[in-house]
Design a binder for this molecule. Structure first.
Ligand code: SIN
Length: 285
């Protein structure tokens, strides 16, 4: 697609791209929305520096990208049920949120298509987000492994982080700003294909993640663990990863159908406040 309204600068290698030329605080024309979605499909992660957004402005941009995704286990921002404020205060001792490789909410029947994250307060050091490209990882697998994985389904669940016995359920640190609500419903399981076909591009994606994929349907626990350990390590090798550096007022939108992400630490002693929305996805096939 020719991009007449926005300027796209891809990262080296083409995974991730910056976009300038659109003011996201204002209503976007249909043409600009189409160009942004095209760039998002092409690059997996797109980021827009220097966007002065309020929570309502973030909602306006999200609604231009799609219907809202379903948010679970975390109390949303007051008065904005579709926004999570990922806040960490300078004195917090609780672990920073999102510090494990994952794709958002893959335990849902229709996991979100986009996650949109806005840098409201960005620390002067640390707090990068790492992204791993599941398309490049798929392409790098051998033909025999691609064939072996083709019919396999991963078992996905929120049990590890969000059950009452899970990571946050067991946490006892009153300094955490984010209000997390562990629940028995986190133990629900569903399966999704390990190799999914991207609904926008038709490309195949290696689609598992360390936080929410807990086994492989039809394999015993030992086999499933060994294969998942390999796939999770393989899919997040340095060659598939780029490190995203935040700036204040930067909005970043990534494609959960293609990308895993990891919130890096290194900002203890500083405030970091990010506003997050998601858009609705489809049943992975
Ligand atoms: C997340 O995992 O959704 C948060 C990513 C980040 O804060 O960098």
């Amino acid at each position: 697609m020719a991009h007449k309204h926005i300027t796209i600068t891809p990262n080296p290698g083409g995974f991730g791209a910056s976009i300038i030329g659109a003011n996201l605080a204002r209503p976007l024309t249909r043409d600009i929305v189409a160009e942004i979605k095209d760039a998002w499909h092409a690059h997996g992660v797109v980021f827009f520096p220097d966007q002065d957004l309020t929570p309502s402005g973030l909602e306006g941009f999200t609604e231009a990208m799609g219907d809202y995704g379903l948010t679970e286990f975390i109390v949303p921002m007051d008065g904005h049920p579709n926004i999570l404020e990922l806040r960490r205060e300078p004195e917090e001792t609780a672990s920073h949120f999102g510090g494990g490789w994952h794709t958002d909410y893959t335990f849902q029947e229709k996991p979100p298509a986009a996650t949109i994250l806005y840098g409201h307060i960005v620390p002067p050091v640390g707090g990068d987000t790492l992204f791993a490209d599941g398309r490049a990882a798929y392409l790098a697998l051998s033909d025999k492994m691609k064939t072996f994985l083709e019919d396999l389904r991963g078992i996905h669940s929120a049990v590890l982080p969000y059950s009452k016995e899970g990571f946050y359920g067991n946490e006892n640190d009153p300094t955490r700003s984010l209000k997390i609500v562990p629940s028995d419903s986190a133990k629900d399981e569903r399966t999704h294909p390990i190799i999914r076909t991207h609904p926008g591009t038709g490309e195949k994606i290696l689609w598992i993640n360390r936080v929410y994929t807990i086994g492989i349907d039809g394999l015993n626990a030992e086999e499933g663990k060994a294969l998942l350990d390999f796939l999770c390590a393989f899919s997040t090798k340095d060659e598939f990863v780029y490190r995203h550096k935040w700036q204040k007022n930067m909005l970043t939108m990534w494609d959960n159908r293609r990308v895993q992400h990891f919130a890096d630490a290194g900002f203890d002693g500083h405030r970091r406040v990010m506003w997050r929305t998601t858009t609705a996805g489809t049943i992975p096939v």
